[in-house]
Each structure stands twice: as structure tokens, then as C-alpha cells.
Ligand binder design. Structure first.
Ligand code: PGA
Length: 257
């Protein structure tokens, strides 16, 4: 983390979990535990249908609500999809783009990630853009090249002001939902590499202002060590964000002096 130049953001990714009543119960359970966030921003990305209910449930807190996906077109014949304006109008502030599960199961590509990033920013949403390598890619030694490609593709055509509003989440695919976390050093190295790519493309001022998260089996036990890395500015948390105690512990780890 680097509190001088950029925001620390702890974001939960609920994936396809929790009904509306479970969402409300989570809000009631976590509210008394959370205390003041201090400098850390807290986000919960929830299934689209539950966004209005989640916004209401977290109304008197500083928890921002986000979507987990969006379409890049403004309207049209795209059965089952939601637009950025729809997300915005029901109170979402963030949207996850290019999660590896979307890339794997729903044909998300670096091209659609770029289009969606443009659309989200145009609507005033902050995109959380996910990048990350598979185990095979890591073992073949192409992690750096792949991440550089994914980051450049995602940000292509954005101006400096827009890049500052993008959150990048480095999520090695082999660490997602597997309980196998990248070591703090491995995660820190790739996040530093991402910042170096942004520095090269957009300059030092933009690079130091961008929030870069780590995601992939981040939990109550390993969060503090990961967040102690200078280029890891938060987390995108799946499993551990479903439990109020664990999620609170991670938020508190981000609020350490
Ligand atoms: P996990 O998921 O924390 O359950 O590994 C992270 C993610 O997919 O964003």
C-alpha cells in the first residue's frame, strides 16, 4: 500500500452467491463489526439482481456496491446482459470487468474487456479490471508478457484521467478459489510490473495514482502480509468476502498504520 498517492480498496466479489435476504443478513452482521474504515475504501460486488437491495442494506455505511459484469453496448438484443447505465441507475459505483471466470466461461476477451472498460468509465462507474496468468503460463515463463498485454489491451484508448479511475486486480488464475495464494513476493512483483507498464504508457504520476489489487485466495490470515507489499493497494476477495468476520479482518488489515 502507499497511502500517500493512492486509495486502498478492499472489494468483495460475491460471484453467484447470496440471495437478497442473505445479503441483508450479511449487512446487519457486518455493520457493528466494521467501525471506521479510515483510509480504506470498501466495495461489495454482488449479483446484478441484488444491487438495489444491497445499496439499501448498506445505505448508512461507507460500503460501495458494484456489479460483477456489464455489457459494452448501451442497449439491444443481448439476452441476459445488463448495461452500465442500468448498473449506475440502481446505485452501483464499481463494476468488475474481465474476471477469469467470465473469460473462461463466457468468452470474455481482451477486446471486450477494453470495450467494457470504456463503457463503464463513460457511465461514471469505476471498473475493476482483472488480469492474470494460468499455471501453465506461469510455468512457461510468460507471466510478464501476458500481463503486459492484458493491461495494455484493457487500457487502450483511455486518457490519463480515465486510467486514474481504473482499478487493476492482479488475479493469478491458479490462486482463485483454490486456497493456493501467491506468495506476497510473487504477488508484489507482478503488481509492481503492472505499475511499471502504466508508468511507461502514461507516466509516473498516473502510475503512482492507480490502485492495483491482488486477488486469489486472499483471506483473513494472509491479507496483512500481501497488503504490506508497496504495490499491492487492496484486494479482490471471493470466498473470504462471504463471511462477515473474515471480510472485516481483511478490512482491518488494510487500515493498519
Ligand atoms: P477467491 O476469489 O478469493 O475465492 O480466490 C477471488 C476472485 O475470484 O476474485
Amino acid at each position: 500500500m502507499n497511502l500517500k498517492y493512492r486509495k486502498t480498496i478492499i472489494a468483495g466479489n460475491w460471484k453467484m452467491n447470496k440471495t437478497l435476504s442473505e445479503t441483508k443478513a450479511f449487512a446487519e452482521a457486518i455493520k457493528p463489526m466494521m467501525g471506521k474504515h479510515k483510509w480504506c475504501e470498501v466495495v461489495l460486488c454482488v449479483p446484478a439482481v441484488n444491487i438495489p437491495g444491497a445499496v439499501k442494506a448498506f445505505k448508512d455505511t461507507r460500503v460501495a456496491i458494484g456489479g460483477e459484469n456489464c455489457h459494452y453496448e448501451a442497449s439491444g438484443a443481448f439476452t441476459g446482459e445488463v448495461t452500465v447505465e442500468m448498473l449506475k441507475e440502481v446505485g452501483a459505483k464499481y463494476v468488475i470487468i474481465g474476471h477469469s471466470e467470465r473469460r473462461q466461461y463466457y468468452n470474455e476477451t481482451d477486446i471486450t474487456v477494453n470495450k467494457k472498460t470504456h463503457a463503464a468509465l463513460a457511465a461514471g462507474l469505476r471498473p475493476i479490471v482483472c488480469v492474470g496468468e494460468s499455471l501453465e503460463q506461469r510455468e512457461m515463463g510468460v507471466t510478464e508478457e501476458l500481463i503486459a498485454y492484458q493491461v495494455k489491451m484493457a487500457l487502450s484508448g483511455l486518457n490519463e484521467g480515465q486510467v486514474r479511475r481504473v482499478v487493476i486486480a492482479y488475479e493469478p488464475i491458479w490462486a482463485i478459489g483454490t486456497g493456493k495464494t501467491a506468495t506476497a513476493q510473487q504477488a508484489g512483483e507482478v503488481c509492481a510490473h503492472i505499475r511499471a507498464i502504466i508508468r511507461k504508457e502514461y507516466g509516473a504520476r498516473v502510475a503512482r495514482a492507480v490502485t492495483i489489487q491482488y486477488g486469489g485466495s486472499m483471506n483473513a490470515k494472509n491479507a496483512a502480509e500481501l497488503l504490506a507489499q508497496p504495490d499491492i493497494d487492496g484486494g479482490l476477495i471471493g470466498g473470504a468476502s462471504l463471511k462477515p468476520e473474515d471480510f472485516t479482518t481483511i478490512i482491518n488489515a488494510a487500515n493498519q498504520d
